[in-house]
Design a protein around this ligand. Structure first.
Ligand code: FES
Length: 126
């Protein structure tokens, strides 16, 4: 069964709906957001990394390849993850600068993304 979770991205306030088995970065890009990357989600560049602010228990534990890459650059997998590998099983809040809606979205996609971003705040959930 597919579940949909919400990831709140600070400081932009963007909200991304992430389905079971989907990575955060893939979901965000599918919903019209630009996400910092140089390797296009291959787990190499680490530019996509995020810091989890709340809801840590809802971050699916990293697979060995991601854990190894995080260790190589000195990030703590309990708090920091690669968005191109991060899957979630509940709502959480992260910090990531540089995430923004692409300028050339069709009007319906822009409206859907802006509508999602204006929904009631999920901060404080864990
Ligand atoms: S996008 Fe390059 S490591 Fe995630």
């Amino acid at each position: 069964m597919t579940a949909t979770c919400t990831v709140l991205i600070e400081p932009s306030g963007a909200r991304v709906a992430v389905e079971t088995g989907q990575t955060l970065m893939a979901a965000a890009r599918q919903q019209g957001y630009r996400w910092p990357t140089a390797c296009n989600g291959q787990g190499i560049c680490t530019l996509c990394y995020v810091t989890i602010r709340s809801g840590h228990a809802h971050a699916v534990p990293p697979q060995p390849a991601e854990a190894e890459r995080l260790a190589e650059i000195g990030l703590d997998p309990a708090r920091q993850r690669l968005a191109c590998h991060l899957e979630v099983d509940g709502d959480l809040t992260i910090v990531k600068r540089g995430v923004a809606l692409r300028k050339h979205l069709t009007p319906d996609k822009r409206l859907a993304a802006e509508s999602a971003a204006s929904r009631p705040d999920a901060r404080g959930r864990d």
